[in-house]
Design a binder for this molecule. Structure first.
Ligand code: CP3
Length: 354
C-alpha cells in the first residue's frame, strides 16, 4: 500500500513516482501519462495472448492478467499501469448471469428491474475474486516502481447495464426506474455501492496504489438528478476507501456540468473528457483536487503534427494546474495505431520535463 507514508524499497519509489506525486498535487519531474483502456484493444501482443479466450475468462487468469497489464507499460513507457479487468467482473463474481460480447459490451441475461430482482445482488467477499488478489500480487512484483491503478464501475454506470440488460444510448429503462421508484432505485444504487467498495478494497489490500471509479455514462444526467439520485452512492464508495489513503480518481464522459459535484463526491483527482478545456475544468472543480485528461482519443487518427499540436493545447490549458495527469478524454479507441500512443507518451514527457 502506498497511500500512507511508505516504509522501504519499492514502496518508497512507487510513492515518489510522478503519477502518485501528481495525484497528491506535489511537484513532479514531468507530467505523468497513462491511458484509459491502454491494456488490450489495438496491441498485437494483446490480441495474440487473448486468442481463443473469452474476455471474462481472461479476467480470471492471474498470469494472463499480469501479462496484459504489463504490455502497455513495456511498450509505451506510461507512468502507471491499469489493472486488466472489466467493470462487470464483480457482478459476474456474485453470480449475475452476464457476458461481454465482442464489439458490443456487457450483456445481462435477466435485467434487474424489481424489488425481487434486487435479491440477486448479494455482497461481494474477497473470496469471490481471489484471482484479483493473486494477479495483483504478481503484478506488483513485476511492475517495479510503476504504480498500479485499480478500478471499478460506479453505481450509476453499473445500474445502467443491469437495468437495461446491455449497452444503451438513452438509458430509458434506467431513468424510468430512477424517476418512477426512487426508493427501489436508492436501494439498488446502495447495494451496488457496497459491492463496488468491497471490490476496490480487495484491489487496494492486494497492492493497488490508486483507484479509479468509472462513471462512464453519468453524463446523461442533469446536475440536480445526479445530486439527488446518484451522488449519495458514489460518496459511499469514496468514503469506504478513504481510510487507505490511496488517491481516488473519478471519471465520466460528457460530465462538463457535473465536474464540481463529481469532485465533491470525494475524489482526489477528477477525470475530464475533451469537451471542457483543462483550465475551465479546474474552475468548475474548484481548489484542492488534481485533474486528469483530456486529449480527444479520435485525435490520434490524425497526422503526427496534428497530434502534437492538440497535445500542446492540452498541456497549455493545464499549465497552471496543481496536479495534472495527462490522459485521453475517454478510452483508447480499438483501431488506434499503437505507435501514436508511444509517441504521445514521449512527447508529453519531453515537453514537460522540469
Ligand atoms: O483500461 C484498461 O485498459 C483496463 C481494462 C478495462 C477494460 N474495461 C477491458 C475491456 C477497463 C478499465 C474497462 C472499463 C470499462 N468496461 C468501462 C469504463 C471505461 C469506459 O470506457 O468508459 C466500461 C463502460 C466497460 C464496459 C465494457 N466492456 C465495454 C463498453 C466494452 C467494449 C465492447 C467492445 O468490444 O467494444 C467492454 C469489453 C472490454 N473491456 C474489452 C476490454 C479490453 C474488449 C473485449 C475484448 O477484447 O474481447
Amino acid at each position: 500500500r502506498t497511500g500512507d507514508t511508505p516504509a522501504t524499497g519499492r514502496q518508497t519509489e512507487t510513492y515518489d513516482s510522478a503519477f502518485l506525486r501528481a495525484c497528491r498535487r506535489e511537484p513532479v519531474p514531468h507530467t505523468p501519462v497513462w491511458f484509459m483502456r491502454q491494456a488490450g484493444r489495438s496491441l498485437p501482443e494483446y490480441l495474440k495472448v487473448r486468442e481463443g479466450i473469452g474476455m471474462l475468462d481472461s479476467c480470471m487468469r492471474p498470469e494472463l492478467v499480469t501479462e496484459i497489464t504489463l504490455q502497455p507499460v513495456r511498450r509505451h513507457k506510461v507512468d502507471a499501469a491499469i489493472y486488466f479487468s472489466d467493470i462487470v467482473v464483480p457482478l459476474k463474481a456474485i453470480g449475475i448471469d452476464l457476458d461481454i460480447k465482442p464489439g458490443v459490451g456487457p450483456v445481462v441475461a435477466e435485467p434487474i428491474r424489481t424489488r425481487e430482482d434486487l435479491r440477486r445482488l448479494r455482497d461481494l467477499t474477497p473470496d469471490d475474486v481471489h484471482y484479483v488478489t493473486e494477479a495483483i500480487g504478481m503484478l506488483t512484483r513485476e511492475l517495479g516502481p510503476t504504480p498500479l491503478i485499480g478500478f471499478a464501475g460506479a453505481p450509476y454506470t453499473l445500474a445502467s447495464y443491469l437495468v437495461e440488460g446491455g449497452p444503451s444510448r438513452n438509458h430509458e429503462n434506467t431513468k424510468a426506474l430512477m424517476y418512477g421508484d426512487p426508493e427501489l432505485w436508492a436501494d439498488l444504487l446502495d447495494r451496488l455501492a457496497g459491492i463496488t467498495a468491497a471490490f476496490l478494497k480487495v484491489q487496494i489490500e492486494a497492492g493497488a496504489s490508486a483507484v479509479q471509479l468509472f462513471d462512464s455514462w453519468v453524463g446523461s444526467l442533469a446536475p440536480a438528478d445526479y445530486r439527488r439520485s446518484v451522488m449519495p452512492a458514489s460518496v459511499k464508495v469514496f468514503d469506504a476507501v478513504a481510510p487507505y489513503g490511496v488517491p481516488r480518481i473519478h471519471f465520466g464522459v460528457g460530465t462538463g456540468e457535473l465536474l464540481g459535484l463529481m469532485g465533491e463526491a470525494g475524489a482526489d483527482v477528477v477525470g475530464v473528457d475533451w469537451r471542457v478545456p483543462m483550465d475551465e475544468a479546474a474552475r468548475r472543480v474548484g481548489p484542492g483536487k488534481a485533474l486528469q485528461g483530456n486529449l480527444d482519443p479520435a485525435v490520434l487518427f490524425s497526422t503526427p503534427e496534428a497530434v502534437r499540436a492538440k497535445t500542446g493545447e492540452v498541456l497549455d490549458a493545464a499549465a497552471g494546474l496543481e496536479g495534472h495527469i495527462f490522459n485521453l478524454g475517454h478510452g483508447v479507441l480499438p483501431t488506434t495505431d499503437p505507435d501514436a500512443l508511444t509517441r504521445l507518451v514521449a512527447d508529453v514527457h519531453e515537453r514537460t520535463a522540469r
